[in-house]
Design a protein around this ligand. Structure first.
Ligand code: SF4
Length: 288
């Protein structure tokens, strides 16, 4: 147990099994603020820029960040703005991470765009996977709202246990993105990202899913839509009924205060075990 900054409450981080390959579970003390999926400054922005695609995009965080970086005089963003750009010069970035880390680096394959945007070529996506195959000591999230393309191209890609496939489902209107995610082989680690959560999700079918993450809307301009506590509680209860790990990142209008992430008085920061600890992937898995 660890005291939160207020000194009033305590919380536990639960590490929960993600798949048949990760059948162990463990609890561990850890110093956190709001739960985060990736390591600070370690997202692999090998693709930047996008276009609005669905309701969750209205106050796109990435677009704000690009504007801010332009204001800071960052040449690459002054040049490309928020137009989709495949950064060939960043393709080898994961190879420069630690070869023998104490714990894996957790990295989104871009948090400033969408890896399955239709302007990202198949060739470039395969190249990204080629690089990820070389670094099983780290963990990658390939998250998209373009679930249709994931469902078509995804089964041809060389997923491994350290490469997680995810879809954003911001409201019930987009629940069919989960069906596209499920077109990937059962061995692929799969997660659902409900951020920004914009509606209730009363009928989730979580069969074949390994992790669910919920968060409120946040962006640099502090424009955000409301998220009802009852929606989050109901989703959490469905996830826990399915015996899956659940993460609640923050309420709308995130600040870096752990109290922002309290749900019924607790921090929910459950991770699949394989995301946090070094795993010895056996040769059969490596050679899938
Ligand atoms: S898909 Fe993501 S990066 Fe693209 S516009 Fe929507 S929120 Fe922004």
């Amino acid at each position: 147990m660890r005291e939160i900054a207020s000194g009033q409450s305590s919380f536990i981080i639960l590490l929960t099994p993600a798949s048949q390959n990760d059948m162990k579970s463990m609890s561990k003390k850890k110093n956190i603020k709001n739960p985060e999926m990736s390591d600070k400054g370690k997202n692999w922005n090998v693709i930047t820029g996008c276009e609005k695609f669905s309701d969750g995009c209205r106050n796109c965080y990435a677009e704000d960040v690009v504007e801010w970086l332009k204001g800071m005089g960052k040449e690459v963003y002054l040049q490309h703005g928020f137009n989709l750009t495949m950064h060939y010069d960043r393709i080898d970035w994961p190879l420069n991470l630690s070869k023998k880390p104490k714990k894996p680096v957790k990295s989104f394959v871009t948090d400033m765009g969408d890896p399955f945007h239709d302007k990202v070529t198949d060739r470039f996506i395969f190249k990204i996977f080629e690089i990820m195959l070389k670094v099983p000591q780290h963990r990658f999230y390939v998250l998209t709202k373009r679930a249709g393309r994931l469902g078509e191209l995804g089964p041809q890609l060389p997923w491994k246990p350290w490469i997680w496939a995810g879809v954003t489902v911001e409201s019930e209107k987009y629940i069919d993105r989960i069906d596209h995610l499920k077109k990937l082989s059962p061995e692929v680690n799969k997660f659902i990202m409900m951020e920004p959560l914009l509606s209730s999700m009363p009928e989730l079918d979580l069969a074949g899913i390994n992790w669910v993450v919920v968060g409120g809307e946040s962006n640099k301009k502090m424009k955000f839509r409301p998220m009802k506590e009852e929606w989050v509680i109901d989703i959490r209860d469905q996830v826990k009924s399915a015996d899956l790990p659940f993460m609640f990142k923050h309420w709308p209008g995130k600040t870096h205060n752990a109290k922002e992430a309290l749900l019924e008085g607790k921090i929910w920061a459950e991770y699949p075990e394989s995301l946090l600890v070094n795993m010895d992937w056996d040769a059969d898995i490596i050679n899938l």
